[in-house]
Design a binder for this molecule. Structure first.
Ligand code: HEC
Ligand code: HEC
Length: 363
């Protein structure tokens, strides 16, 4: 009886001893984690533990498929015809300017120039915008004057300053190239070679130009190592203190809207279409920020040489204060570190896409 009592006491003591050891182990593990890999704990807390952070990420999910309109649905044959027309300089009066001269895949579908250069080597009034991710856009051109890609596509061919080929002459010219006959027949079997089918084919090709997965998308999917801690801080700034996301929102980083962000110049942008509406004066379309580091110089007039100059512009609250200036454009009081973090974030939006296939042009 007495011995049994001693056994019980010893048993209880052992159990306590084990529990104590376990506690000690857990404590030292925590200490180890917090000193040697504090980065890990910080990023874990940010994405998994910080609901605010998580909520911002939710807004940037990529869609699973590309939308095509009912009246011009996708087929491979239409894409091939559109791609061929897009790269064919014979669609210009001089036979040496194609859409791709200005919208070059090598410059993320821009031309790397402050302002476009068109027919006769003359400079145009605005910079060439990218044609990335336009399948989701609602209005086209810097001032939104075209309502569909089909409507937009013929403009540059006929424009004197761009490709300088009257549309009737363009159709006649395309018809003289025998190889196009088959391409059109396969793409639009019951329709003739016409302005409409040229426009529809080019629009179909343009809708297939979509930026691929970038390091930022990898992080969104949960790969903590896909982007740096600096870029993660930049992402938070982008959504909070720097207020970029009020306009550059969603996975394409644009709200498809128009603002005066206080750039100097006499081009009134969307004001030409709506001369009564004050906020439309000097307003231009919010550009996508996907693959943005491939497209310097920036803005509709190419006036900002690099991303540093862009951030500086916003940090000052714009350069020109006019009644039309967007109320979101105010001095931001960003620190030097904030600016570096923002640029680190912007650089994570670039995807390494497969080079596009240059079509062999029909004879
Ligand atoms: C000489 C250079 C040049 C050529 C050639 C050219 N473009 Fe453009 N493109 C521009 C410029 C500049 C703009 C912006 C004009 C504006 O907003 O007023 C533009 C705008 C666009 C836009 C609107 C993008 C947006 O975000 O709204 C699309 C789409 C487009 N071009 C497609 C084409 C197609 C298709 C062709 C060939 C048929 C073509 N471009 C030929 C320079 C060019
Ligand atoms: C009020 C809306 C608004 C806010 C806020 C805003 N942007 Fe913009 N952003 C625009 C518009 C509109 C343009 C085009 C302006 C033009 O060319 O006239 C633009 C242009 C840009 C460009 C140049 C893109 C190109 O292809 O030329 C970059 C880069 C950019 N913004 C980044 C940012 C960053 C970073 C922030 C936050 C610090 C920010 N934006 C805040 C609306 C906004």
């Amino acid at each position: 009886m007495y011995l049994a009592g001693i056994f019980v006491v010893l048993r209880v003591f052992r159990v306590f001893q084990r529990m104590f050891k376990l506690l000690l182990f857990a404590l030292s593990l925590l200490l180890f984690l917090s000193t040697t890999s504090s980065d890990f704990l910080v990023s874990y807390a940010l994405t998994k533990g910080n609901p605010e952070y998580f909520r911002y990420l939710e807004g940037y999910k990529r869609p699973d498929s590309t939308p095509f309109p009912m009246h011009n649905s996708y087929t491979q044959e239409r894409e091939l015809l559109g791609r061929t027309l897009f790269f064919d300089p014979r669609l210009s009066g001089s036979s040496w300017i194609s859409c791709a001269t200005c919208h070059s895949p090598g410059f993320s579908w821009g031309d790397g120039l402050p302002k476009a250069i068109g027919h006769g080597m003359k400079e145009l009034g605005r910079r060439t915008p990218t044609i990335l991710n336009l399948a989701w856009s609602e209005l086209f051109f810097w001032d939104g004057r075209a309502a569909s890609l089909e409507e937009q596509a013929l403009g540059p061919i006929a424009a004197r300053g761009e490709m300088n080929l009257a549309l009737d002459d363009m159709i006649a010219k395309v018809k003289t190239i025998p190889g196009y006959k088959e391409l059109f027949e396969k793409a639009y079997p019951s329709e003739p070679i016409s302005k409409e089918t040229v426009a529809k084919a080019i629009a179909t090709f343009e809708r297939t130009i979509v930026s691929g997965n970038s390091p930022f998308d990898g992080w969104m999917k949960g790969d903590e190592a896909a982007i740096s801690e600096q870029a993660k801080r930049g992402f938070l700034l982008f959504n909070t203190k720097a207020k970029c996301a009020t306009c550059h929102s969603g996975w394409r980083f644009t709200d498809d809207s128009f603002y005066d962000i206080g750039l100097p110049g006499s081009d009134i942008g969307r004001g030409k279409l709506f001369n009564e509406i004050e906020v439309m004066q000097f307003a231009f379309k919010t550009p996508t920020l996907r693959n943005i580091d491939r497209r310097a110089p920036y803005m509709h007039n190419g006036s900002r040489k690099n991303l540093e100059e862009v951030i500086e512009h916003y940090n000052h609250g714009g350069s020109v204060k006019r009644p039309s200036l967007s109320p979101e454009i105010k001095p931001l009081d960003l620190s030097e570190q904030d600016k570096i973090d923002l640029i680190a974030f912007l650089n994570t939006l670039t995807s390494s896409d497969k080079p596009v296939e240059f079509p062999s042009l029909p004879r």
